[in-house]
Design a binder for this molecule. Sequence first.
Ligand code: NAP
Length: 254
Amino acid sequence: MAAFRILLLGGTTESAALAALLAGDARFAATLSLAGRTRTPRPQPLPVRVGGFGGAEALARYLHAERIDALVDATHPFAAVMSHNAAAAAEMAGVALLALRRPAWQPQAADRWICVPDMPAAAAALGAAPRRVLLTVGRQDLAPFVVAPQHYYVVRSVDPPAPDSLPPGAETLLARGPFELEEERGLLRHHRIDVIVSKNSGGSATQAKLAAARELDLEIVMVERPVKPAAPTVGNVEAAFEWLAARHARSSST
Ligand code: NAP
C-alpha cells in the first residue's frame, strides 16, 4: 500500500520531534518544510524543502502536485502568515489540516509580567527611563526597539541580526536553546538585566528565563500571540502523531 503523504510545516522544536517520529515509521512519507530563516538548521531525519511557496494558492498547488494526504502546521506560534496560508491552502486543495500548537505560558503568582499585544507596545512598555533589557524576541522583530534608544539592550538570537535592525549600542549574544535555569540566572546577573522582553512562545526550550526572572524578581514584558485560524488542533507531538496514525488507518480501510 502507498505511504500516507504528509507535508510538515516546521521551524520549531515540535516539528523536529514529529519529524523524528514520522521518519521511523514506514506508514508515512513525510516532507519537512522550512522557511529558510536559520542559516544552519539542525540536521533533520526527513527530506527537507526550504523557502516560501509563494502564498496560499501556490501552497495549494504544491499539495495537489505532491499528492499530499495531510498538512501539519507545526510552525511557531508567531508565524501567523504561514498558518493562515496553510488553512487557506488546505481548504483549496481539499487536504486534511492539523495544527500542532504548543500551549501559551501562563503567569505564576510571583511573576511580574506586563502583557502587550505586539512589539511596538513592548518597546513602549519599557518606559522613558533607561533600563537594561534582555531582548529575546528573535532577530526579525527588533525594529520597534530602535525608536527606544534610551535603553541598553542585550539581544539574544540564533543568527546575527542585521546591523541596521539593532538599537544603538546593543550587544548581541548568539545562542540557540534549549536554555537551562542556571545559565539564564547567570546571564541575567552578569548583564545586570532589569527587564526581559519575550514572545509568549510557550514550550520548554526557552522557558527557563521565566523561572530565572521570577527568582530575581524581574519584570517580563510579554508579547501575546497573534490570532491563528481555526483548525483541528493538538497541543503536543504525541497527539499529532496519533492523529496522523488515525488518519492513515482510516484512509487505508477505504
Ligand atoms: P510567517 O511570518 O508566518 O511567514 C512568512 C512567510 O514565510 C510565509 O508567507 C511563507 O512564505 C514563509 N514560510 C513561513 N514558514 C514556512 C515554512 N515552514 N515553510 C515554508 N515557508 C514558510 O513566518 P515567520 O514568523 O517569519 O517564521 C518563519 C519560520 O520560522 C517558520 O517556519 C516558523 O515556524 C519559524 N519560527 C518563527 C518564529 C517567530 O517568532 N516568528 C520563531 C521561531 C521559529 P510563502 O507565502 O512564500 O509560502
